[in-house]
Every structure is written in structure tokens, then in C-alpha cells.
Design a protein around this ligand. Structure first.
Ligand code: UD2
Ligand code: MN
Length: 591
């Protein structure tokens, strides 16, 4: 059960170092620490000493006293300029114990001053941009939290105060979702009263979940724009102006910053990639995928320009307050955590607005591998999350709702527990587009089944085995690897289910495609599953008559593994008489 719980919580969130494809190992300046540049060019630092959630390992006893102690004890230079914090080995035991309170390295966080300096991670071109601050709308910054650590919560607050033009920052609203820690009560009230900006603490007496907590904050907000942040963020120089200026031009834009990584072990500020956008997989879990070609072309012209994204991560964004309400704010029947990010993304896009990422705005966030808090409600974490997601599917997915429930047994089990009438009425009232419009227009690169594309298994006739994609460690985004041939599974089985698009791409869940990455080299081309990139290399044609599956660029045909590379399928000279090149496209119903 523990394994399941850890997986459930971990899966839907973003984690960049689940699958560290190490490219360039670096010599670390610190003991007990590994550093490398990964395949996306990100500088990653990993501490070996972390007390992470190893399934089966018991959580150390966290006493009431420990939980209620504010351990903030800053060292002036710790973490300055976004540097990692090194905890000496003699403190490892304490560090591991504290780690379990918030599921990040609390001891490290507690050493970093609340106003630490950060690098200016913006592209050079961003510095040349001039914003007319006097013509931008003001914003309320809303931060909801449940049992957050003092140091991360207040570092979020200070980073906002320090790095926002005063005239644009109307106030900061801290919404306490029934935290139990004593230091988050009067001590917090007293602390924020002394700050130079209006910071108000709004408290929910019952645990209401992040969605309704944000609604509480919105209701109190005085600013023209609402800016939401998680309670463990750090805003960098110039973060606010790009968000507000996009909304000043058009109030139907919902704008997100680039979300950088505050490493959960070292609190190092790590710049994230800009060439990704947000979307989701067949399980309705939010994912980062490589940017669509059209968007890449736009970016090449002006890298400071905001770009569209099919979905937002959920935690960090600005929205005009009137537009927020006009569009139905949030679905207040969603509990605790999850689903509201896609719900809002679909609603905004389908009902006339847009969701975008402003690349000159950078905010760091501590991504965690598991959740530190409880999920009150029937069925625990799974019950809560899948009821939220069932609501998303029933309101917004139209024909694809059945597809979602078909491959998500957990959501199917709870679909009858939810009623979404009020949200369907809202959708009707706003005269929103349907989900097909969304897929066609907002995310044409998607890998969902459609009426005019094949959906099903690709079976090797001679062996009766099916094409299968690899799974990345920890269910990572866009898992790549060999194109496998495995025993066909009778039921719908996502790993063996592919779509064949009109353009000739053979895609599957997680935006991975059948590819021949070295088709243009002299070597014998291997067939692999790679991130979809719309390159010519990933296009195929199928001939019903001969049942050959031809790789367009090389003119070769999909065949069994060769002796040289027994673990993955190969490309060979097409031969209509060869039994090993015959493939059967076995259609499956998805509606
Ligand atoms: C991501 C989002 C998060 C939210 C979530 C889906 C980012 C960086 N984060 O997960 O904002 O959209 O996906 O729902 O995009 N909280 C409460 N009450 C609760 C539970 C959480 O107030 O019952 C607070 C929590 O203290 C935190 C915020 O809500 O400040 C988000 O929670 P999280 O950090 O666990 O979510 P995260 O980053 O994993
Ligand atoms: Mn968070």
C-alpha cells in the first residue's frame, strides 16, 4: 500500500531528476554530493545523504514538540546567490529526521536567510524589455498553505516583497488551511504585521484543501489581478512585470512564469528549461513536454515573447480578478489537491481565454517527490485525487471522458460519487468550445485518439506479439528506450496502445513516438521510442495490402530485431515476401 501511495502522489507532479539522464558528470565541490549536467542541459545537484521516502522504511518519530518548533536559524551566507547548502555529515541524522516533516531538506532551508540573494536567470534580451510600471495593474499575491515550514513560507513572502515594484504589489494574502503548527499562529500574525507591505493572514478553521483555500484568498483580494503562488517559492528579479503586462494588454490571458527548481535536498536555485510547455497524459496527470514546432518557430524570432501552453502546472499564475470570476473561478467541489490545474486550463482555453508562459518571468519552486500532508476524505489520497479528476473528465472531456475512464480504473470507480451539474451549466452559460476543438486548435501535437486516426495495438503477425513502449523510472515524462515486442495483452493496455496520425506519426501516451533516430547515419538504423518532435524521421506509412510498415525517410521497413541489436526492432530493406515485416493494425474502440 505504501508503494502505491508514494506512486500516486509522486506521479502527477513534476520531477525533473527522477530519471537523471546523466550527460556530463561534474566534479562536485562538496562531499556526499553528485553534480552533473543532464541531457536537457540542466545543472543538477544530488545529495546522497537524503532521507527520502524509501518504501518500507519507517518514518522517524516526529514528536509534537519537534513539529511545533520553528527551527529557523539563518547563517548569513548560506544559500546566497542560490547556491546549494551543504549539511556536514555529523548532522546527517538530524537532517534526515527533519526531512520527513515537509518532505524537503528542512535543516538546509532553515539555514538560508529569508532574503537570500538569487542569480538573475533571465535571458539577456529580457533585460532590454521596458515595462511601463505606472500603466500596469496592481496585484494581490495569494499564497495558500497547510503546515508549511516557517523558512520556506516567509522566504516566499520576502522574495515577493523584495523583487516586486511596490506600486504593483497591492498586498500579500496568506491563507492558512487549518495548519496545526503553533508557530504559524500568533507568531506569524506578529511577524507579518511588521512587514513594510500589507500582508494579511486569512485562516480556515477546517481543512478545506488548496482549491477552496485559494477561493477564500480571492474573495478578500483588493488588487486588480490575482497572482497565486505555492508556499515554497522564490521570486527572482523582474518576475512580476512580464505577467502583469500580458494581462494589461488582454485580460483574458492567464499567465504563468517559468517555474525554476529549488532543489529539495540542497535548496540550490536551478534554472529550468524554457523549451517546454505544459500538457497532460492519458491519466490526466500534468506533464512538461517539448514545445510544439509552431511555438518553437515563434520563439526563435523573439525569445522574450510569451508563448501559449495547452495547460498550466497550477500553482504559479496571474489572472485578472474579474476574469477569474467571470469564468467561474474554481470548481469548489474539488478537495485537497489535484485536478484544478487542468480544470482551469480547459475552461480558460475552451471558453475564450488563453493560457501562456512568460519566459522573462522566473519563479523557483521546491518540487517534492511525495506529499507531506494528509488527504482527508473517503479513499484517502487516491479517492480524493480521482474524484477531482473524474470531475474534470465529466465536465470537459466530452467523447474522451469514456476513454479516460476506460484506462483509469481508479477514476471509473468513483465517477458515480460526483455530480457536476453546476459546472456543466457554467460551461453551457459561457458557450464554450468542445474538447475536440481544444485538441485540434490548442494542442494539435496531442496523442489522444481521434475519429480520423488509428487507435489500437500494432501486432507482429508471425510472432503474434505487440509493439510496446518502455516505461521510464518513476513514471517519468517522455520515457524513451527500445521499441519492444511483447506478449499482447487482451484488455486495453496503454503501453501497447498507439495512435497513427494522418501525418504519419505513430504516437502513444506521454508524447513518445516510434522513431529511427540514426536513420540518416551509416549504421544499421535501430528503431526506438523517442520524444515526439515532428521531425521527418518519425514519419511512417502503412500499406494495407502488403502489411508493411515503412519508415518514410529511409524507405526501409519495420522488422524484427537484428543480431547486432537484439533488444530493439530494426529497419530492413522492404520485402513484401518477408514474414518478419508484416504488421497488423488492430483497431480498438475508445468511445
Ligand atoms: C502542483 C502545483 C500546486 C497545485 C497542484 C495540484 C505547482 C508548482 N504546484 O503541485 O499549486 O496546483 O499541483 O493541485 O504548479 N495546500 C493547502 N491545503 C491542502 C493541500 C495543499 O493549502 O489541503 C497548499 C500547500 O501548502 C501548497 C499548495 O497548496 O502551498 C500546493 O500544494 P503542493 O505544494 O503540495 O502542490 P505541488 O507543488 O505538488
Ligand atoms: Mn508546491
Amino acid at each position: 500500500l505504501l508503494v502505491l501511495v508514494v506512486f500516486l502522489i509522486k506521479d502527477p507532479r513534476v520531477s525533473f531528476d527522477d530519471n537523471p539522464d546523466v550527460m556530463i558528470p561534474l566534479k562536485s565541490r562538496h562531499q556526499n554530493q553528485e553534480e552533473y549536467i543532464d541531457k536537457r542541459g540542466i545543472h543538477v545537484v544530488v545529495g546522497h545523504y537524503m532521507g527520502d521516502d524509501i518504501p518500507g522504511k519507517t518514518t522517524p518519530n516526529l514528536t509534537e514538540e519537534l513539529l511545533n518548533t520553528n527551527g529557523f536559524s539563518p547563517q548569513p551566507t548560506a544559500g546566497e546567490n542560490g547556491n546549494p547548502v551543504h549539511i556536514p555529515s555529523w548532522e546527517a541524522a538530524r537532517m534526515q529526521q527533519l526531512y520527513h516533516i515537509n518532505k524537503f531538506n528542512l535543516l538546509a532551508s532553515d539555514r538560508i536567510p529569508l532574503n537570500r540573494t538569487l542569480p538573475d536567470v533571465r535571458k539577456k534580451k529580457c533585460h532590454e524589455k521596458v515595462y511601463r510600471v505606472d500603466q500596469l495593474p496592481s496585484t494581490s499575491v495569494i499564497i495558500v498553505f497547510h503546515n508549511e515550514a516557517w523558512s520556506t513560507l516567509l522566504r516566499t513572502v520576502h522574495s515577493v516583497i523584495t523583487r516586486s515594484p511596490p506600486s504593483l504589489l497591492e498586498e500579500i494574502l496568506l491563507v492558512d488551511d487549518a495548519s496545526q503548527r503553533t508557530f504559524l499562529k500568533e507568531p506569524l500574525d506578529e511577524y507579518v504585521a511588521k512587514l513594510p507591505v500589507s500582508v494579511r493572514v486569512i485562516r480556515s478553521s477546517v481543512r478545506t484543501g488548496l482549491i477552496r483555500a485559494r477561493l477564500l484568498g480571492a474573495q478578500e483580494a483588493r488588487g486588480t489581478v490575482l497572482t497565486f503562488l505555492d508556499a515554497h517559492c522564490e521570486a527572482t528579479a523582474g518576475w512580476l512585470e512580464p505577467l502583469l503586462s500580458r494581462i494589461a494588454e488582454d485580460r483574458t490571458r492567464v499567465v504563468c512564469p517559468i517555474i525554476d527548481i529549488i532543489h529539495e535536498d540542497t535548496f540550490q536555485y536551478v534554472r529550468s528549461f524554457e523549451l517546454h510547455w505544459g500538457a497532460f497524459n492519458w491519466n490526466l496527470h500534468f506533464r512538461w513536454y517539448t514545445l510544439g514546432q509552431q511555438e518553437l518557430d515563434v520563439r526563435k524570432k523573439d525569445i522574450t515573447e510569451a508563448y501559449r501552453t495547452p495547460a498550466m502546472a497550477g500553482g504559479l499564475f496571474s489572472i485578472h480578478k474579474d476574469y477569474f470570476y467571470q469564468l467561474g473561478s474554481y470548481d469548489r467541489n474539488m478537495d485537497v489537491w489535484g485536478g484544478e490545474n487542468l480544470e482551469m486550463s480547459f475552461r480558460v482555453w475552451m471558453c475564450g481565454g488563453s493560457v501562456e508562459i512568460a519566459p522573462c518571468s522566473h519563479v523557483g519552486h521546491v518540487f517534492r517527490k511525495s506529499s507531506p500532508y494528509t488527504f482527508p476524505g473517503e479513499g484517502g489520497v487516491g479517492g480524493v485525487l480521482y474524484r477531482n479528476l473524474a470531475r474534470v473528465a465529466l465536465v470537459w472531456l466530452d467523447d474522451w471522458a469514456e476513454f479516460y475512464f476506460k484506462i483509469n480504473a481508479e477514476a471509473a470507480r468513483v465517477r458515480d460519487d460526483v455530480t457536476v451539474r453546476d459546472r456543466l451549466m457554467l460551461r453551457d452559460r459561457l458557450s464554450c468550445h468542445d474538447f475536440k476543438w481544444y485538441l485540434d486548435n490548442i494542442w494539435p501535437e496531442h496523442f489522444f485518439p481521434m475519429k480520423d486516426r488509428f487507435f489500437g495495438k500494432i501486432r507482429h503477425e508471425q510472432l503474434g506479439r505487440c509493439l510496446q513502449r518502455p516505461v521510464g523510472p518513476g513514471g517519468s515524462n517522455q520515457p524513451t528506450g527500445p521499441a519492444l515486442l511483447r506478449e499482447c495483452v487482451i484488455e486495453t493496455f496503454p503501453l501497447q496502445t498507439f495512435v497513427f496520425t494522418k501525418k504519419g506519426y505513430i504516437m502513444t501516451d506521454e508524447s513518445v513516438c516510434l522513431d529511427a533516430p540514426d536513420a540518416d547515419s551509416a549504421r544499421e538504423p535501430q528503431v526506438r521510442i523517442m520524444a515526439c518532435n515532428e521531425f521527418e524521421r518519425q514519419r511512417w506509412t502503412y500499406d494495407e495490402q502488403s502489411r508493411l510498415l515503412k519508415h518514410l525517410m529511409s524507405g526501409l521497413c519495420l522488422d524484427l530485431p537484428s543480431k547486432a541489436n537484439p533488444e530493439t526492432l530494426s529497419l530492413q530493406k522492404c520485402d513484401a515476401y518477408s514474414r518478419s515485416q508484416k504488421w497488423h493494425f488492430q483497431h480498438e474502440d475508445w468511445t
